[in-house]
Design a binder for this molecule. Structure first.
Ligand SMILES: Nc1ncnc2c1ncn2[C@@H]1O[C@H](COP(=O)(O)OP(=O)(O)OP(=O)(O)O)[C@@H](O)[C@H]1O
Ligand SMILES: [Mg+2]
Length: 268
C-alpha cells in the first residue's frame, strides 16, 4: 500500500539559521502497510518516528525521495490523492485532547469523515456512529458528549472510533498511549490490537516505550537519528538484538506491564 522507496527518502528540517537540523533516511515502509503484522516503530525521542509517520500520511512533504501508494507515486499528492489515501490509511495521534474538536459532539466528530467523503445518507451515518462507539467499548450515551466531558482514555477511544469510521485498511498510531494515565494504557493497546484482528487491519504502532508495546507487536523497527538500525520479528529483536543501539534501548526501558524481578525489587 503506502511505502517509501528504500534509501531515497529524506526529510530535512531547517532552523532559522537554515542549517540542516535533521536528516533521515526512511528505508522501511515497504512492508509496513502491506503486512498483516502489528509493526512497532520505536527509538528514542527525536529520532524521527513522527516525521516518518507524517511523511507517509502526507502531513509533511519529503525533501527528496518518493512515497508510493499502491504502486503510484504520491510524493506530491493533490487533493484527490489525499482523499483516496485518507480512506484507507488513518492516523491516531498521541494526544486525543488536541486531535478532537472540543466544540463538536462525539457523534458529529464520528460523522464528519463520512460527510467529507460523501458516504451514506444521514440515517446510515448515524447508524455507523452507533457501530463505531460500540466497537471501541463506549456506551451510546457518549455520542452526545463533548470531548471535554470525557476522560483521557475515553477520548482516545473516540479518536480510535473516528480513525475507523471510513473502514480503513491501515492505522498508524503515533504514541497512542503516552498522553494517558498508566492504568488505561494497556486497555487502549489491547483495544487497538483486538480491533486489528477483528477488522483485519494493518497497524503501525509508534512508541518510544518498547517494553509496553512489545506485547502487541509482531515486527519491530528500531530507529536512531533518523535511520533504521534494526528491523525484524519482535521475538528475534527482543531476544537477540543485533544492533548495539537496540540493546541499549531494551536495557534502558523498564516494562510497565511486565516488570522484571529486578525492577520489582524494593529500593534499599
Ligand atoms: N517542524 C519541524 N521543524 C524543525 N525540526 C523539526 C520539526 N519537526 C521535527 N523536527 C525535528 O526532527 C527530529 C525528529 O522529530 P520527530 O518528531 O519525528 O521525533 P520522534 O521520534 O517522533 O520523537 P518523540 O518520541 O519525542 O515523539 C527532531 O530532532 C525534531 O527536533
Ligand atoms: Mg513523535
Amino acid at each position: 500500500m503506502l511505502n517509501a522507496k528504500k534509501e531515497t527518502l529524506k526529510k530535512q528540517f531547517h532552523l532559522e539559521t537554515k542549517s540542516p537540523l535533521f536528516r533521515q533516511a526512511l528505508d522501511f515502509c515497504e512492508r509496513v502497510a502491506d503486512s498483516q503484522a502489528n509493526v512497532l516503530l520505536t527509538g528514542e525521542s527525536g529520532c524521527g518516528k513522527s516525521t516518518t509517520a507524517n511523511v507517509m500520511c502526507g502531513l509533511q512533504t519529503v525533501t527528496s525521495g518518493h512515497v508510493m501508494f499502491k504502486g503510484q507515486d504520491v510524493t506530491h499528492r493533490n487533493a484527490k490523492d489525499r482523499m483516496r489515501i485518507g480512506r484507507v490509511v488513518s492516523v491516531v495521534f498521541q494526544d486525543p485532547a488536541t486531535a478532537l474538536n472540543a466544540r463538536m459532539s462525539v457523534q458529529d466528530q464520528l460523522m464528519d469523515p463520512l460527510i467529507v467523503h460523501s458516504l451514506g445518507n444521514k440515517e446510515e451515518r448515524i447508524r455507523r456512529t452507533y457501530e463505531l462507539i460500540d466497537m471501541v467499548g463506549l456506551p451510546k450515551s457518549a455520542l452526545n458528549a463533548l470531548p471535554g466531558q470525557l476522560s483521557g482514555g475515553q477520548r482516545q477511544r473516540v479518536a480510535i472510533a473516528r480513525a475507523l469510521s471510513l473502514k480503513p485498511d491501515a492505522i498508524i498510531a503515533d504514541e497512542p498511549t503516552s498522553a494517558l494515565d498508566v492504568s488505561v494504557r494497556a486497555q487502549i493497546l489491547n483495544l487497538l490490537s483486538d480491533l486489528k484482528k477483528e477488522l483485519g487491519l494493518s497497524m503501525v504502532f509508534i512508541s518510544h516505550d518498547i517494553q509496553t508495546v512489545r506485547y502487541v507487536s509482531d515486527e519491530i523497527i528500531v530507529m536512531n537519528h533518523g535511520t533504521i538500525v534494526e528491523h525484524g520479528e519482535a521475538k528475534q529483536v527482543l531476544n537477540n538484538p543485533q544492533d548495539p543501539y537496540t540493546r541499549l534501548l531494551l536495557g534502558a526501558a523498564p516494562s510497565l506491564l511486565h516488570p522484571t524481578a529486578a525492577e520489582c525489587a524494593p529500593i534499599a
